[in-house]
Design a protein around this ligand. Structure first.
Ligand code: V47
Length: 359
């Protein structure tokens, strides 16, 4: 096996198999793999790289799931435990300058808040900010709400859609492996349920994203299985907009003693492999918060055509020691993309183009 063999397969549009992916992930030919990924990126989005003017809201850090990779969650009695009331959320969004296109809303699995809190949250945001796309709740939250109410995923998602839910983020997927789930996040839904929620969301015309959390105890085989599973969901029930590989940040987590953060080479290789395997995903994101703006910028040469957005204030990765800024100004996004040699395109949450910065 060599990279040229895989390049020929890609040129003749022959799908890659597990062994091909395994070779790429273990190969040291980073630049050659990046070249394959970049070619796929150019076929999809030419020399454009997308960013969005957005804001993250993490409404609570109370969480009953207690995943071992998470530094963000609190039990409830700690000094820094918090839950935002809806008015506070509205105030936070209101503080953003005009032109914000997306709010990305996720939080812990709160032990007490009823489903009506989440429905009212979406309704009130939509009432106050009609033109902002509300991208909220991962499949994990949807499963939690459906259990709270004793209703199906379809009913849960329909109620949220009627309240104003426009799209869903890709979190909570972690890595689709029962071995890893049992050790690191036994209280979180398994692959089958994550997939079911996303398939139902797609059938209700709610576009979603997908993620992979890597750089902890997973094996190469588990990463590759994860990618092929996502590819299959997209074939059967299209509706994923974007894939985001997330590198594990160990600081302040129970895993920090034994696990060091993966290096940039591994991050770029997983990013490139993801964009090669997930050629049926319209977009691949180099999420600058996890990668750092600098590695994120290089990631644009490794298959990514999106760098996420301005974000405002990110809490989950920063709780786990991320050294990236809490948010970036729009000018920073534009410069990062331009200086990497691409054309910055401001998008909305659904990848409609708002502005092209090509001079
Ligand atoms: O599911 C939690 C991850 C995810 C840590 O859809 C950690 O556009 C690293 O899904 N180190 C939430 N990662 C974030 C997420 C996301 C981010 C940006 C864009 C989109 C999108 C989705 O963060 C969780 C988990 O996999 N995470 N703790 C940690 N210590």
């Amino acid at each position: 096996m060599n990279v040229e063999y895989i390049e020929k397969k890609l040129e003749s549009k022959e799908p890659l198999n597990f062994e091909d992916a395994k070779y790429l992930l273990s190969s040291e030919k980073l630049i050659e793999i990046g070249k394959l990924a970049r070619k796929i990126k150019y076929e999809k989005s030419q020399n454009k790289v997308y960013f969005v003017f957005n804001k993250h809201i993490n409404y609570t850090n109370l969480c009953v799931s207690k995943c071992k990779f998470c530094a963000f969650y609190r039990n409830g009695d700690e000094q820094d435990a918090y839950t935002m009331e809806i008015d506070t959320i509205i105030d936070e969004i209101g503080k953003m300058p005009n032109g914000i296109k997306e709010v990305h809303i996720v939080g812990g699995l709160h032990p007490k808040k009823p489903f009506s809190y989440y429905v009212d949250m979406i309704k009130t945001i939509k009432k106050n900010f009609r033109d902002i796309n509300v991208k909220a709740f991962t499949a994990v939250e949807i499963d939690y709400f459906s259990n709270l109410e004793g209703i199906s995923y379809k009913e849960t998602l329909s109620i949220l859609k009627n309240a104003g839910l426009d799209s869903m983020p890709g979190g909570g997927a972690e890595v689709f492996s029962e071995r890893v789930r049992k050790r690191l996040y036994p209280n979180k839904i398994p692959y089958e349920k994550w997939a079911e929620v996303h398939k139902i969301a797609h059938s209700l015309d709610i576009p979603t994203n997908a993620t992979l959390l890597f750089g902890h105890i997973e094996t190469d085989d588990e990463i590759i299985n994860h990618l092929f599973k996502l590819k299959k969901i997209q074939e059967e029930s299209p509706g994923f907009l974007c894939f985001i590989p997330l590198s594990f940040h160990p600081e302040n987590t129970p895993l920090s003693e034994n696990i060091k953060k993966v290096d940039a080479v591994r991050e770029l290789k997983v990013l490139a492999l993801s964009s090669i395997i997930l050629d049926n995903f319209p977009h691949i994101k180099a999420y600058w918060v996890m990668l750092s703006p600098k590695v994120g910028q290089i990631g644009l040469h490794f298959g990514a055509d999106d760098i996420d957005g301005t974000i405002g204030q990110e809490r989950v990765t920063h709780a786990a020691g991320a050294k990236s800024p809490l948010g970036l100004a729009k000018e920073n996004m534009i410069n990062l993309i331009k200086n990497a040699g691409f054309v910055p395109v401001e998008r909305d949450a659904l990848y409609n183009e708002i502005a092209v910065y090509d001079e």
